[in-house]
Ligand binder design. Structure first.
Ligand code: SAH
Ligand code: SF4
Length: 358
């Protein structure tokens, strides 16, 4: 049987197994300190742990992090990591550097079932869920990269490959370890789960964990949204809004809405009006994302004028609406898209890349 990965160990679990091994409680505290506070991810480097204890940790657990297949630095402070997860499947993690924070965009699945028509990952189909240790493995690997630059990851967004709420248990487990004050200790406002709108899971999430929520909305008319995002047939806009409002009230945080602007599809005044109507009664901010062109996808980016008009319509009505341009060229776009391209054999890894800023 393969060993359990250490990367999904919670502080409570560490306390438990160290106790079971007959070690003193302070050994657990030391190990927790190395892993979660110092963010040191190899047993070898945990210099004040006794040799026998370190050997046992090596024996009992796998300390294997995802392998880097390629690492692409963009000129805008982003690094895309194409990673080999277990079973040799490719996933993607993106490091986003800002002056005062460092964010990480993680994948939650290999591929995605939900088949949104504008999304490269959606075109690919679904391969499998990632385990909590593979999700946290992305975090640990990226953290060890940015540490060398004197940075530390302060924000995590689940906007890579996959639909996080379709992999509910493993994602919640990862979020709990990221936000546990005894664990990685990230503020629950700085960990964001992005979903295409699984209304039942949104309600469940509000009961299970505190985390920021982003909704990939993209249209506020059922007919249009179902065309762009088939999941809307299962969870149309009305129950989705109810679930979002429930989440908002329970968590007492603003909801982020992602809205891709697609030429001649969802960004005329009609759709802006529908969006404003949908947003009534939900404290929120809106990220407008000009569509990133991909070969094989039937859509285009609208003109600057259309983008600005759409944004102004929202701002004039009191909404916080930011246009999130992807940076670094027009090759691969939002998080998750590069790996999807590679997996689907749609082309080689581009040398220039662009990412969705969060
Ligand atoms: N499945 C989740 C999270 C991953 S998708 C979700 O859908 O929210 C991450 C983000 O990239 C989503 O907001 C998605 O709508 C966006 N995205 C996908 N394809 C895109 C494209 N071609 N251009 C711009 N954004 C895109
Ligand atoms: Fe899946 Fe999100 Fe892409 Fe839709 S946008 S196919 S939910 S990854």
């Amino acid at each position: 049987m393969s060993k359990a990965s250490f990367f999904s160990a919670s502080p409570a679990f560490i306390n438990d197994f160290v106790g079971l091994w007959g070690e003193k409680p302070f050994r657990a505290r030391q190990l927790i300190h190395w892993h979660f506070r110092k963010r040191v991810f190899s047993v070898e480097a945990m210099s004040d742990l006794p040799q026998a204890f370190r050997e046992r940790l090596e024996q009992e657990f796998s300390w294997h992090l995802p392998e880097i297949v390629s690492l692409l630095d963009a000129d805008d402070g982003a690094t895309k990591l194409l990673l080999k997860a277990d079973r040799n499947q490719l996933i993607e993690t993106v490091i986003l550097r800002y002056p005062h924070r460092t964010a990480l965009c993680v994948s939650s699945q290999v591929g995605c079932k939900l088949a949104c028509r504008f999304c490269q990952t959606g075109k690919l189909g679904f391969f499998r869920h990632l385990s909590a240790s593979e999700i946290l493995g992305q975090f640990c690997l990226a953290e060890s990269i940015v540490q060398k630059e004197g940075r530390t990851i302060s924000n995590v967004v689940f906007m890579g490959m996959g639909e996080p709420l379709d992999n509910y248990d493993e994602v919640v487990k990862a979020v709990q370890i990221l936000t546990d004050p005894e664990g990685f200790g990230l503020s629950h406002r700085k960990v964001t789960v992005s979903t295409s709108g699984l209304a039942d899971k949104i309600v469940r999430l509000s009961e299970d964990v505190r985390v920021a929520l982003a909704i990939s909305l993209h249209a506020c008319r059922d007919e249009l949204r179902s065309d762009l995002m088939p999941i809307n047939k299962r969870f149309p806009l009305a129950p989705l809004k109810e679930a979002i409002q429930h989440y908002q009230r329970t968590s007492d945080t603003k909801i982020t809405f992602e809205y891709i602007l697609i030429k001649d599809k969802n960004c005329s005044v009609r759709e802006a009006k529908e969006l404003v109507h949908f947003l009534q009664g939900i404290p929120c901010k809106v990220n407008l994302i000009p569509f990133n062109n991909h070969p094989g996808l039937p859509y285009e980016r609208p003109s600057e004028e259309v983008i600005k008009t759409f944004q102004k319509y929202l701002m004039d009505r009191g909404f916080v609406a930011t246009v999130r341009y992807s940076k670094g060229g027009d090759v691969s776009a939002a998080c998750g898209q590069l790996a999807a391209k590679r997996v689907a054999g749609l082309g080689e890894v581009p040398q220039r890349l662009s990412v969705l800023t969060v």
